[in-house]
Design a protein around this ligand. Structure first.
Ligand code: ADP
Ligand code: MG
Length: 689
């Protein structure tokens, strides 16, 4: 049989409907998917031990002849037992398998086999229990080699998947090398089809590492290529410049109830200069939690509307959109600008409820100057009259697709709106520059002067009452507190039960004399909004919440953040939670409760307690956890690398240099047709998602 990369897995022997269904759950549908389903780790079973020299051990591999083999039912345990004796020149050893009755038909006396498994004591003698077995042939799959281990969630077994991948690899057509020769040579990369074979069934450790490097490089290189060409594409687009109204901006700043920090001034200037250009701004504003990004955004909005264009501010949650609506309205209160709120369940036009149709009409006619909302703003059929600036809060990256959508919504099809992303999730600068190389970066590291560092304590279980007493004290002096509950039961997707139980307990047993409210994702948008505005207005003392509270919420009067099951949250997330307090002059506190007390848990929580700032914490997180999950990749739109890691700093930089070189030589990739073809595929994929 000859396979194509597009051949469905069901064409392979041993793949029936059931197996095909299970493979599908692993996202494996074609031969191509099989081949690119990389192992997550490898077990080195290549060292063959002499049977006579075996010691009780974790893992050993032997090669020997089967002397006897027989299966029988074991009556008292109701199991089937297969027993065998296998020998090599140095000795023999007993082998037991449970519940594999067919084995005595498959393995016969005289067969030469490899066994890999744990060597145990059976009262007097050594024995193998349930070892992996394989008839000795020149090329083994499961034993006597470096064996691939895949991450499996459905009921496919390692053995099955190895077999299928091996089949696919042996029948597959040659995979075209698409990397330009010079890149392969300069970076000393292994050939692609060899790397694909070696990653699954390595001949030795060196080859394995070369294969890993090659496949990581591919991901990073293609990613960098995309980034560089996106940047070029963007530079080729036009935007309408937004004039800087110096007098009014100065007035605005003078009227603020506080003095801007130097960093705020610096980044505001960077943004305002960008807005004045004929190409669309594409800037990421990264700033510590509470560093005051909103007011900077408001300055950009102010100038945009002063030059008679519209603005959209997009927030990740309805709560946050509601809050931005309040803050922006407040910051721009004397301007006469018309501000609207638009999310799936809340629509306000100058504080009055409005229907969707009214909103759409007023956005389209240009009557609304500033629309604040959730992603519903780009999903629904909102068309602006003349959209000049889009601000996206708490997101690192605004995808190509979304940007395309904006262009269609901007009303003025010949130009792109300017784009500002804002995030409080700190990314080490060097990393940000490589991963977000298509964005210009502005940093606010400095917090307003009067801010005090949040005192963070990991609370031992027996100190719980003391922590509650402390909260009561704080409330008595006029402050407010948050209590965050983790997701405990995965079937309870929105965590409604856990948080409700906690709320009941606190209300009834712990703080009966205070006003407590409950916030979770299942509540209707309006209810959430009401709960938040009551808390914001100081009508409630304690807010018990799930992680819906995570980003951006600004309640300056809150001074205590208590987090239950803190070990269940990522560091970046905990950092965000803690950022909900310490947002004013009051000394604030963060109490971390952990249910498990492993050293790892302690180290992580300790890092949160002691890191100087978010950037230091991010560095720690990067070292400690490695890549991938760190920055809430799902929401940031960070590409899911299968094998490359954010810690591969060296490779990232090589890939970046190579990509730059290629684009310099051939911006449209016409000189590198195979590569162009490959890139096109990726672009099609991302557009289909
Ligand atoms: P973030 O950067 O986390 O989004 P916000 O923009 O919500 O932070 O600002 C946090 C709080 O700090 C707000 O209450 C805001 O009014 C206040 N704030 C912003 N800038 C300053 C400043 N320069 N001095 C004092 N307070 C400030
Ligand atoms: Mg914010």
């Amino acid at each position: 049989m000859k396979l194509e990369l597009t051949t469905p897995v069901s064409a392979l022997t041993r793949v029936g409907k059931t197996t095909a269904g299970r493979l599908k759950r692993l996202d494996i549908q074609t031969v191509n998917d099989l081949i690119f389903y990389y192992p997550t780790r490898w077990q080195d079973l290549s060292l063959i031990s002499e049977i006579g020299r075996l010691q009780p051990t974790d893992l050993a591999t032997v090669k020997g002849k089967i002397q006897l083999i027989e299966s029988r039912r074991s009556h008292f345990r109701k199991t089937n037992l297969t027993e065998a004796l296998i020998a090599d020149k140095s000795g023999s050893i007993k082998v037991i398998w449970f519940n594999q009755p067919y084995l005595s038909k498959y393995l016969l006396p005289g067969d030469e086999v490899y066994l890999s498994g744990k060597v145990d004591f059976d009262r007097y003698n050594l024995q193998f229990v349930n070892p992996v077995y394989e008839k000795s042939s020149r090329d083994t799959t499961h034993t006597a080699r470096i064996v691939p281990i895949y991450s499996l969630t459905s009921s496919i077994t390692q053995k099955q998947l190895r077999f299928l991948i091996k089949t696919a690899l042996s029948l597959m057509p040659a995979i075209n090398e698409y990397l330009p020769k010079q890149i392969i040579k300069e970076n000393q990369l292994m050939d692609l089809s060899l790397a694909l074979k070696q990653i699954h069934f390595p001949s030795d450790n060196n080859r394995l590492h070369e294969a890993i490097t090659r496949l990581k490089f591919d991901e990073l290189f293609l990613f960098q290529l995309q980034i560089i060409s996106q940047k070029a594409e963007l530079n080729a687009l036009n935007a309408e410049p937004i004039a800087f109204n110096e007098i009014k901006t100065k007035e605005f700043v003078d009227n603020l109830p506080f003095k801007l920090t130097n960093d705020q001034r610096k980044v505001a200037w960077q943004i305002i200069s960008d807005l004045g250009k004929k190409h669309p701004m594409n800037r990421l504003l990264e700033g510590e939690v509470g560093s005051g990004k909103t007011v900077v955004a408001a300055m950009a909005i102010y100038n945009t509307v002063l030059s008679a264009k519209q603005c959209a501010l997009i927030a990740p949650t309805e709560i946050l959109a509601g809050q931005h609506y309040q803050s922006v309205k407040n910051l721009l209160k004397n301007t006469g600008f018309k501000i609207g709120l638009f999310s799936r369940s809340q629509r306000l036009l100058e504080d009055k409820k409005a229907t969707k149709a009214e909103m759409l009409k007023n956005i389209n006619s240009g009557k609304i100057d500033i629309v604040i909302g959730t992603h519903a703003l780009i999903q629904e059929d909102v068309i602006f009259k003349d959209l000049g600036l889009v601000i996206v809060d708490e997101q690192h990256r605004f995808g190509v697709k979304q940007r395309q959508a904006l262009r269609l919504k901007s009303g003025n099809k010949l130009t792109m709106p300017h784009l500002l992303s804002m995030t409080a999730t700190p990314i080490p600068r060097t990393l940000a520059l490589t991963l977000y190389g298509d964005l210009d970066l502005s940093l606010i590291r400095e917090l307003p002067k009067e801010r005090k560092k949040v005192i963070t304590k990991i609370v031992e279980p027996n100190k719980r009452t003391a922590a509650y007493d402390f909260i009561a004290q704080q409330i008595k002096t006029g402050r407010q507190a948050f209590v965050i509950c983790p997701l405990i039961d995965p079937s309870d997707k929105l965590n409604v039960k856990a948080v409700t139980d906690e709320y009941e307990k606190l209300k009834r047993d712990i703080f009966p004399e205070y006003k407590i409210s409950l916030l979770h994702g299942k509540l209707r948008g309006e209810d959430k909004e009401k709960i938040m505005s009551d808390f914001s207005a100081g009508k409630t003392d304690i807010l018990v919440a799930t992680s819906v509270i995570e980003v951006g919420v600004d309640i300056p009067n809150a001074s205590v953040m208590l987090i239950e099951g803190a070990e269940r949250f990522g560091l970046a997330q905990l950092y965000q939670f803690r950022g909900r307090v310490g947002r004013s002059v009051y000394q604030s506190y963060c109490f971390l409760f952990a249910q498990t007390q492993t050293q790892k848990t302690k180290d992580r929580l300790q890092a949160l307690a002691s890191a100087k700032d978010g950037f230091e914490l991010a560095e720690f997180d990067l070292k400690f956890r490695g890549p991938g999950e760190i920055y809430g990749t799902a929401q940031s739109g960070f590409p899911e690398f299968k094998i490359a890691q954010l810690t591969d700093a060296n490779l990232i930089s090589l890939a970046q240099k190579s990509a730059q070189k290629i684009i310099e030589q051939s911006p449209d990739l016409l000189l590198f047709p195979e590569l162009k073809e490959r890139v096109k595929k990726i672009i099609i994929q991302t557009h289909l998602e």
